[in-house]
Design a protein around this ligand. Structure first.
Ligand code: ZN
Length: 173
């Protein structure tokens, strides 16, 4: 992902946040509100083996994000936000027509393709906007150290996701 693309993705998440009444740190209910603004809904289901999470687009402003019923609680928000990233960034084909289904691989968190990297950047930027993340770190660090588990809990993500965001923003080594 180029730096320009990274900046563009962060800007898109800002526009989305500005168009809603909710903001980070997210709860499941608040994230659901964002999905609803754009005509989406969320379901959890027993999905087929190797299907991790998916989006089905039924028309303009009408889509469903389905995640596994056994999705761990602390990964739920990131998974949904990651799919929203695909919805905003990758759901059209080369001719601008919407694809009707987008299925994620179980490897998505490892960023195995540029689309995965971009959806991960989108999810991190939506759940941990730069200004909100930075001010949380600034007001909670103690002698230049911060408890990453506490940061993760605050933003409702896993410690690995919080750590990556801090590194990407140049806050953590
Ligand atoms: Zn993905």
């Amino acid at each position: 992902m180029t730096e320009a693309r990274r900046i563009a993705i962060n800007k898109i998440t800002k526009v989305i946040l500005n168009s809603s009444t909710v903001t980070s740190p997210f709860s499941y209910e608040n994230l659901y509100k964002i999905v609803q603004i754009f005509g989406g809904s969320i379901k959890n289901e027993k999905l087929e083996k190797f299907t991790y999470v998916m989006i089905k687009v039924k028309g303009e402003h009408n889509f469903t994000i389905t995640y596994r019923e056994d999705e761990p609680e602390e990964e739920k928000l990131y998974t949904i936000a990651h799919e929203l990233g695909h919805y905003f960034l990758h759901i059209t084909d080369d001719n601008g027509h919407p694809k009707d289904t987008y299925i994620d691989s179980p490897l998505f968190r490892r960023g195995v393709s540029s689309e995965e990297d971009e959806a991960n950047e989108f999810a991190s930027a939506l759940l941990m906007p730069e200004d909100i993340f930075n001010s949380y770190i600034d007001s909670n660090k103690v002698e230049q150290t911060i408890n990453i588990n506490k940061v993760a809990k605050h933003f409702n993500v896993t410690p690995a996701v919080a750590l990556n965001r801090g590194k990407a923003l140049g806050r953590f080594l």
